[in-house]
Design a protein around this ligand. Structure first.
Ligand SMILES: Cc1cc2nc3c(=O)[nH]c(=O)nc-3n(C[C@H](O)[C@H](O)[C@H](O)COP(=O)(O)OP(=O)(O)OC[C@H]3O[C@@H](n4cnc5c(N)ncnc54)[C@H](O)[C@@H]3O)c2cc1C
Length: 432
């Protein structure tokens, strides 16, 4: 592994999702040098994996790809992918970050992104980028518009057949590559590590991921995406086109039994969006959303919800208690109705989509002295007046790392974090 050419920067941005990229671009435009450290093999975060975005229904990758490219080509921005932050501490008036570069088993300097290794690889494994609904090779580039276009080898599944090494035109494959360690220094940092959805295995009442045809909202995003696994909406269990689809809201959020007492903020709107997109993709299908309350809080969101109702999406007020497998891949939904029907009801659907709660993607404990709040997201010390300020000097937070957030709020917050970091860097340099 080659050590990065430059190791000292004005600012470090942890996380290359939409918030991290926006913060990096804002800082770079003010002529600060920025390093973006991303744990995945590509930048882009969750947004590059979405189909369309509420409330405008713009194509998500059409917005994200230019941002990714702008950051990658900016002369003031260095992007380090497939890297883990080990430690972040204050030292000599600045920040010092210990980074581990995970081995790709492909030399990033030599790889030209030709995908010959991928075409030759005989191994097929579930593709996490497609929600596990399609296959990828063991030697692969994460997705078509990934940045960088550098291959990697998944050694957990590689059978060491040697075909990738043999076909590679630049001899980039290196089965013996070791993790690399290096230290970065920066004057300020923006934490933009985003969120994950609560794992389905934690949802006992929804079959812990074992009931066929119960999928997550992120998997539905992939089914609806133009470059998704099947190019149409099919249920994973038997490839049938579903006629009757249900969304279950607050599947994990506002659930004290899982320690997630908070609202995940984006689930109502993404379920409304996915329901609308589904009625376009499957015009004859019945679509039901089981909800406790619909929280349509943003600009244009209430109108968006009303449009979904006008399109015929059926909104049922009721709390889903549990799911059971039905006949022929159907899913039985048992819920307590709060509508006119009242009482405990059972309905059957071809496909069920869980709007799972959002949890933080990163826990700073043991890596740096940043505090987290009661919900385990990064703590902001002045949430009203400086919502991006953390309790570690020179470190700011943006996007879903501070709590569940939609794209608009993540971008606005990234701009604010960049301004705070810029002001901090200027004040520190004027004192020296
Ligand atoms: C199913 C679904 C649909 C959605 N649809 C919409 C929509 O239509 N409109 C809308 O406005 N919002 C939508 N959202 C919300 C949207 O995804 C978020 O607002 C947005 O992704 C937040 O961006 P972010 O950069 O803060 O976090 P993320 O997108 O999570 O990006 C964080 C990045 O940080 C990286 N990272 C994490 N930990 C580390 C670490 N330790 N070191 C280095 N890198 C790290 C991650 O790999 C990732 O690349 C949806 C969410 C879901 C779940």
């Amino acid at each position: 592994m080659a050590t990065p050419k430059k190791l000292s920067f004005d600012a470090l941005v942890l996380g290359g999702g939409i918030a991290g990229l926006e913060a990096a671009l804002n800082l770079a435009e003010q002529d600060f040098s920025v390093v973006v450290v991303e744990q995945d093999a590509s930048i882009g975060g969750k947004m590059i994996r979405l189909s369309k975005v509420f409330p405008t229904l713009d194509c998500s990758s059409c917005i994200t790809t230019p941002k990714m490219a702008a950051a990658a080509h900016h002369p003031q921005i260095t992007i380090l992918t497939y890297c883990e932050l080990q430690t972040l501490k204050r030292q000599n008036g600045g920040l010092v970050a210990g980074i581990v570069q995970k081995p790709r088993y492909v030399d990033a300097e030599k790889c030209i992104g030709c995908r010959q290794c991928e075409y030759q690889c005989p191994v097929l494994v579930p593709d996490a980028e497609q929600g596990g609904l399609a296959a990828r090779k063991a030697a692969y580039i994460p997705f078509s518009n990934a940045i960088p276009q550098t291959a990697l080898i998944d050694t957990a599944n590689c059978i060491l057949c040697g075909r990738c090494a043999k076909i590679c035109p630049t001899q980039a494959v290196d089965y013996f590559e070791q993790p690399g360690e290096f230290t970065l220094t920066a004057g300020a940092a923006v934490i933009a590590t985003g969120f994950e959805m609560i794992p389905l295995k934690d949802k006992v009442q929804y079959g812990q991921g074992q009931i066929p045809n119960v999928i997550t909202a992120l998997q539905m995003e992939r089914l609806l995406a133009p470059h998704g696994p099947y190019n149409r909406v099919l249920r994973p269990y038997d490839g049938m086109e579903p006629d009757n689809i249900a969304f279950i809201q607050c599947a994990g959020s506002r659930d004290q039994s899982l320690g997630l007492g908070y609202c995940s903020r984006v689930c109502c709107m993404y379920a409304v969006k996915e329901a609308m997109l589904l009625s376009g993709a499957l015009p004859l299908a019945d679509i039901t959303v089981y909800y406790m309350d619909i929280r349509a809080f943003g600009k244009g969101y209430e109108q968006f919800y009303q449009t979904a109702q006008a399109m015929g999406v059926n909104f049922v007020k009721g709390k889903v208690a549990y799911l059971d497998p039905g006949e022929n891949g159907a899913v039985k939904v048992r819920y307590e109705s709060q509508d006119a029907a009242g009482g405990v009801q059972v309905a059957e659907h071809d496909l069920v989509v869980l709007s799972l709660g959002l949890v933080p993607a990163w826990d700073p404990q043991g890596r740096c002295v940043l505090s987290t709040a009661g919900d385990k997201f990064i703590k902001t010390v002045k949430p009203k007046t400086s919502p991006t300020l953390t309790d570690l000097e020179g470190v700011f937070v943006a996007g879903a790392a501070a709590g569940p957030k939609d794209i608009v709020d993540s971008i606005v917050e990234a701009g604010a974090a960049a301004m705070e970091a810029s002001r901090y860097l200027t004040s520190v340099s004027s004192k020296q």
